[in-house]
Ligand binder design. Structure first.
Ligand code: ATP
Ligand code: MG
Length: 383
């Protein structure tokens, strides 16, 4: 198992700082989902890790090997990692087995055949080696691309929106496949996705990027429950942030705050002064004795009726979403109770320090052997 460490890693294209002084660590054997708005630098970060881009500054380690730095640059073919892209680029005239073994022509024939068979078995396509790509479904083609990466026995697998071309059903099946392969190979996997449900469902670690920087790395629930920046709060789970005034702390450590005329005590990490209250739909409930609010919109989502409401006290503010237990109409009064959330200092007020000296760390560190899933089959040694 191999960890990935970046120190002040930067890559610009002209005036665009695609990756901007990143310091971070992804623990060995982790399954990391990398998320962030379009253009925030996700692909550039993967390409830097893969060696398809050279950093302008900073250093990068894969396990104990420094692979990029002021005086080193290890080319991609010597980094022992695999990369799968959204467009899986199979050779149409070659068989499935030919595609999977394509990068292995320096190996003896028997060894190559064994690796191809192993990789096809891992992705559940061992019966399809003699087919051609056009005889496969989209999901099967994606699995061939995955098998091609796995056949090289990478220590790290980088996946750049590998599911973007598949329909919802296939995406779901492929996600389960990724999780199974992750468990079977122990490979450190970094996977870029635009789909948060996808990220939260499969990854053990989620990393959120914005403007070339890593905003936060943590377990999926952690980003939801304890966002470290307002960007993470808004990005993850369609969260909302409300401007509040933090007034102090209760003896049991809750932040006390003023929201319009109301006084609340909620968990958070903010000193007295201007703050953000970060809320998700689950933090709010209709309550006749709650804060006065009015319905601005009603929608049906994932089997639930959701309302967007505007607090009377914050007329120009962003609408808050909450689940309705009965139909509601636009304009109707719907008082709400805030029963959870997370309080942050306002931007420019100093964000809570990141453990590990100002860097985004995969806080839980390497996965301990006991918490790892299945070991790789003995016939498939890892590099
Ligand atoms: N080869 C390049 N030449 C010039 N600009 C580039 C190049 N590659 C990336 N960029 C710019 O760098 C920034 C980051 O791009 P990148 O592809 O890493 O974003 P991304 O997070 O992968 O976005 P998306 O989610 O849309 O794939 C963007 O502003 C992009 O236009
Ligand atoms: Mg991209």
């Amino acid at each position: 198992m191999t960890d990935i460490r970046l120190e002040n890693l930067s890559r610009s294209f002209g005036a665009t700082r695609a990756v901007d002084g990143l310091t971070a660590a992804f623990g060995a054997g982790r399954f990391v989902a990398l998320m962030g708005p379009s253009g925030c630098g996700k692909t550039t970060l993967l390409r830097l890790i893969a060696g398809l881009e050279r950093p302008d500054a900073g250093r990068l380690w894969l396990g104990r090997d420094e692979v990029a730095g002021p005086t080193v640059f290890v080319p991609p073919e010597r980094r022992r990692l695999g990369m799968v892209f959204q467009s899986y680029a199979l050779w149409p005239t070659m068989t499935v087995a030919g595609n999977v073994g394509f990068g292995l022509n320096r190996l003896p024939r028997a060894e190559r055949d064994a690796r191809v068979a192993d990789a096809l078995r891992l992705v559940g396509l061992h019966d399809h080696g003699s087919r051609r790509p056009h005889e496969l479904s989209g999901g099967q083609r994606q699995r061939v691309a995955l098998a091609r990466s796995l056949a090289a026995r990478p220590r790290i697998l980088l996946l750049d929106e590998p599911l973007a071309n598949l329909d919802a059903h296939l995406r779901h099946a492929m996600l389960a496949e990724f999780r199974r392969i992750h468990a079977a190979t122990g490979c450190t996997m970094v996977f870029v996705t635009h789909d948060q449900n996808e990220a939260m469902a499969v990854a053990d670690t989620v990393a959120v990027m914005d403007h070339g920087r890593l905003e936060q790395i943590g377990a999926p629930g952690e980003l939801y429950d304890r966002p470290r920046t307002p960007m993470v709060a808004r990005f993850v789970g369609q969260g909302r942030t409300l401007p509040v005034e933090v007034t102090g702390r209760t003896p049991d450590g809750l932040c006390t705050l003023r929201l319009g005329a109301a006084t609340l005590a909620l968990p958070g990490d903010a000193p007295p002064g201007p703050g953000w209250l970060c809320l998700h739909a689950r933090d709010l409930t209709p309550d006749a004795g709650g804060l006065p609010a009015r319905i601005a919109g009603v929608r049906f989502e994932d089997g639930y009726l959701l309302a967007d409401v505007l607090l009377d006290d914050l007329p120009g503010g962003a609408p808050l979403s909450l689940r309705l237990d009965r139909p509601g109409a636009v304009g109707e009064a719907l008082p709400v109770r805030i029963r959870g959330g997370w309080v942050l200092p306002r931007e420019g007020q100093g964000v809570a320090p990141v453990p590990g000296g100002g860097s985004a760390q995969d806080a839980a560190g390497p996965v301990s052997p006991a918490s790892r899933h299945t070991e790789l089959a003995p016939s498939t040694p890892r590099p």
